[in-house]
Design a protein. Structure first.
Length: 116
């Protein structure tokens, strides 16, 4: 298990995650729960179905989880999507959703390479 290398590869903040979780074992366990969950897939489906209220709620939740796990690129993207959908029910987020899909794949690959 090489949690620190995982964070370097995904441009996250290992030190911030360590400050919250206190050890690599807990970080790895929480990352596993996040990766095996479907929060990003759910966001993608909500966007494809033009459910902007649901997308707002899912992005807001993802922002919190990504913040606690110090997954900086996902946190930043979830923050952007949260604000974009806060008061707008018809916003074009094609670029951001494509980036979210890409980040999700990179996250899964790095997790299986360094932690799983």
């Amino acid at each position: 298990m090489d949690v620190k290398t995982f964070y370097a590869e995904i441009n996250g903040s290992y030190n911030d995650a360590l400050a919250i979780m206190m050890n690599d074992v807990l970080i790895a366990r929480m990352l596993g729960k996040f990766i095996n969950g479907n929060s990003i897939d759910q966001m993608i489906a909500l966007y494809e179905n033009k459910d902007f209220r649901g997308l707002f709620a899912a992005a807001h939740s993802l922002k919190g989880v990504a913040g606690n796990l110090a997954l900086t690129p996902i946190f930043d993207l979830a923050s952007f999507i949260t604000e974009a959908t806060r008061n707008d029910d018809n916003v074009n987020l094609d670029k951001e959703i494509a980036e979210l899909k890409n980040l999700n794949e990179r996250l899964k690959e790095s997790y299986s390479k360094y932690i799983a």
